[in-house]
Design a protein around this ligand. Sequence first.
Ligand SMILES: [Fe+2]
Ligand SMILES: [Fe+2]
Length: 252
Amino acid sequence: MDDAKGPSELAEEDEFQRMRELGDFMIYRSAINKLADGEWSDEEAKFNLGPLKPSLIGEDHRLPAMPEKPTLVDFFKLRFGPSKQHLLQSAALAQKNDLPEKMILACLLHDVSVIAFFRPDHGYWGAQMLEPYVDEEVSWAIRMHQALRFFPDESVGYEYPEAYAKRFGEDYQVEPYIQRDYDYARNHKWYMSARQICLNDLYAFDPDTLVSIDQFEDIIGQHFKQPDEGLGNDNTPASHMWRTLRRPANAL
Ligand SMILES: [Fe+2]
Ligand SMILES: [Fe+2]
């Protein structure tokens, strides 16, 4: 009953209504982003839910609108940033090197997590995002390229990336799980598929070449199981990741 509400409560409700009408929504940043930016506080006293404000839920109008039933190509065009060129150039190189179509798709998607989701453990996240939609060998190779990148293979001319020595230091030692997964992958029947990703990855940055996703539409059509309901509207163990990508700032 309104009569029971005090003036401050009524004013708050009024403001809530006004913010909603103006489309003025609270945009929350996910905890993982705050943590990554060092915005961490362990002072319990600072914990405060704050006043309830209209919060973003549903389509994010700051971002390009997506079709009702988005496809992988829609995500490429509308959600992946400019660094998607790395994926496109890697796939173009794989095409030039006459790799099988399935492997061209693997190169096209190998860093999907870095481009669109999370950087840490990107091979593992990327494989999970793709598993329901691609051949098992493709997601396996994407998962394992993360470990293989740190280990040279002279038999195919793959050297330890110079950039890693510069970025992580000459004396960088991989973590035990990377060593473990490398040892496992080294003796696996699909080892060379993961290695092919590394081989077509390293030299793929060229700021003067712009590759379009349209070039790969046939390969995607053949080898990516696009769900009829739209990527994210379907019900696989990875659908929620695509939904998050579509609406990355949803309050919940
Ligand atoms: Fe990678
Ligand atoms: Fe890469």
